[in-house]
Design a protein around this ligand. Structure first.
Ligand code: ATP
Ligand code: MG
Length: 383
């Protein structure tokens, strides 16, 4: 019997290699992190973006179990608050999307992870493609926005309370004035009333500052006089500075041009910087607040220089991160600088700092935060 042989199609290795290279180039072209795993969770393919995140050569990753490589565990992940999208897709045959949070120390990063099924000839799921997108920046922007919105409603509440306090304060001050007219200047009672009047005026100033502080944020870019804003903020904290034995040195440059920005927002940022300086000077010190025009005349710089403990080397690249704090639980949330940074950059400005930590040089220790804001164009409307 003669068997008729079918001609074997010629395999063009070069063409196959070219197709392979082309497919790899496609998945490497994605900035999303991609891997393909089989039913046993073994990694079959992985793209450049994920290789970069894992920091290992490709040959050490392909063939390994995904749970081992990605989560350093010995069996498929089983975390109810972090469901595995691959597991879900293998089970249901449907695509699945989850949000994952990865914590590295106090730093959180967020990933949107989607798994897609790949079916064999019989329609059963044979592989799963997992794509992870780093959405940390977007998430942080959203968090910041919701924080600012929260602040805005707090601001409204503060404005309401301040408004209610304004009237009784006015009455107290009015009667103090009337009584003072009836008292003998220099008498003990007169001096006591004078103290009451002074403290009453202090309260009135704080209430007024709160009212101007609590303006609702608007999206329009206004122009503002930073010297006026600084004076307002300083008037709120003056008494605190005295009680903490901190000497305030003000050196505000005259005739400064207005800067781009909303005065309420900028006052909030300045307040955060002053609060930080105060916190760094436990036991007292000197806080120097100054303003100046830069050499090119296109930016106004506001400097907050303290003689506090300074910022340690290992913290310097973290201080603007959300929730980074070196303060005890309950004393700081780590939002002050990140929110201030958000406000200043919104108006095209920047915040930089110079610092000498206590352990580097006890004599020269301290920190200077420098806010630099673009001068407003003549078209910007003052508020
Ligand atoms: N002037 C400063 N001197 C020394 N350290 C500072 C100064 N300003 C900021 N820091 C450091 O930066 C960290 C972050 O500051 P940030 O204002 O963001 O948060 P916080 O002050 O800790 O908390 P919050 O402002 O939310 O109450 C602080 O915990 C502190 O370690
Ligand atoms: Mg702070």
């Amino acid at each position: 019997m003669r068997i008729k042989m079918e001609p074997i199609p010629e395999i063009n290795i070069a063409e196959l290699l070219e197709t392979k290279r082309f497919l790899e180039a496609i998945i490497d072209g994605f900035t999303d992190q991609i891997m393909v795993v089989d039913k046993d969770y073994r990694i079959k393919e992985i793209n450049e973006s994920l290789i970069k995140r894992l920091g290992k050569p490709k040959h050490e990753i392909v063939g390994e179990y995904c749970y081992r490589v990605l989560h350093d565990v010995d069996k498929p992940c089983d975390m109810p608050d972090h469901p595995c999208p691959v597991q879900e897709t293998l089970k249901t045959g449907e695509h699945c999307e989850v949000l994952h949070t990865h914590l590295k120390g106090r730093e959180a990063s967020y990933y949107r992870v989607t798994a897609y099924p790949v079916s064999d000839d019989q329609g059963a799921v044979s592989h799963v493609i997992e794509m992870a997108r780093d959405i940390t920046k977007r998430k942080k922007r959203e968090d910041e926005l919701s924080y600012i919105q929260k602040l805005a409603s707090l601001g409204e509440l503060a404005a309401g309370v301040a408004h209610e306090l304004n009237n009784p304060m006015g009455i107290i001050l009015g009667f103090a004035d009337l009584l003072l007219e009836k008292m003998e200047p220099g008498s003990k009672e007169y001096e006591m009333l004078k103290i009451m009047e002074r403290q009453g005026l202090n309260c009135k100033r704080i209430v007024e500052s709160l009212l101007s502080f609590a303006r609702y944020p608007e999206t329009t870019v206004y122009s503002t006089d930073v010297n006026v804003d600084l004076k307002r903020v300083v008037s709120v904290v003056e008494n605190i500075l005295i009680s903490k034995r901190i000497t305030l040195e003000k050196s505000l440059s005259e005739n400064l041009p207005k800067v781009k920005g909303d005065s309420g927002h900028l006052q909030h940022a300045f307040m955060n910087l002053i609060t930080n300086a105060v916190a760094a000077m436990e036991g007292g010190g000197v806080l120097a607040v100054s303003t100046r025009l830069n050499d090119s005349g296109n930016r106004v710089e506001i400097l907050f220089k303290d003689t506090g403990h300074g910022i340690k080397k290992e913290y310097r690249d973290k201080i603007f991160n959300h929730f980074f704090t070196t303060k005890k639980v309950g004393e700081g949330t780590g939002l002050g600088l990140s929110v201030s940074h958000g406000i200043v950059t919104k108006y095209g400005g920047k915040i930089t700092f110079e610092t000498v930590a206590e352990e580097e040089d006890r004599e020269r220790k301290g920190t200077t935060l420098i806010v630099s804001l673009p001068v407003a164009s003549s078209g910007s409307s003052p508020r």
